[in-house]
Design a protein around this ligand. Structure first.
Ligand code: FE2
Ligand code: FE2
Length: 172
């Protein structure tokens, strides 16, 4: 699936969830940086538009694991989980992907949770906010893999597994 189809597919899933999460997710889906960004510099999806392709794979893996049951929290976390990779990496030439200082100073794991918090605070009930932020913060699965907290809910384990499968090129 190419990047245009990947973005459309993510929009289609997002249109099935309730407000206010649906509108919040459009911040990411409408951001041209999200659409253009690579998914990484060396390991996986390391090419322009790699991020949107990766996020769509994670979405499909997560939906397969939940047997198509659409959870607004999980859909939201999939869409936001790597959003701040747009600051981890620079992409100025077609093949020139650079690691930016942000990657070491903050990193997209905490950065995406902070960005979500900044934009969702006051719009989403505290319980929902905490559940989604947990998903974002734990998506790398282990502290030594860059997550400040480890998955503590079923959805967090699903997101981590769905993410890891895509990063290894093994998709459901
Ligand atoms: Fe990540
Ligand atoms: Fe990811």
């Amino acid at each position: 699936m190419d990047h245009e189809q990947a973005l459309k597919s993510l929009r289609d899933v997002n249109n099935m969830i309730k407000e206010p999460l649906r509108t919040l997710n459009k911040i990411v889906l409408d951001d041209t940086n999200f659409y253009q960004a690579p998914g990484g510099a060396e390991h996986h999806h390391n090419y322009r538009h790699g991020l949107v392709i990766h996020v769509n794979e994670v979405m499909n893996n997560a939906l397969a694991m939940t047997e198509g049951q659409i959870s607004g929290n999980l859909v939201t976390a999939v869409i936001w989980h790597d959003y701040m990779k747009i600051k981890d990496y620079g992409w100025f030439g077609l093949d020139n992907i650079t690691k930016e200082p942000y990657r070491k100073l903050i990193n997209h794991v905490s950065g995406s949770a902070m960005e979500f918090h900044r934009l969702a605070y006051g719009k989403v009930p505290t319980h929902t906010l905490e559940r989604i932020e947990h998903l974002l913060l734990s998506h790398h699965g282990r502290k030594e893999w860059g997550s400040p907290v480890e998955p503590a809910t079923a959805e967090a384990l699903i997101l981590h597994a769905a993410d890891m499968m895509s990063s290894r090129g093994v998709n459901l």
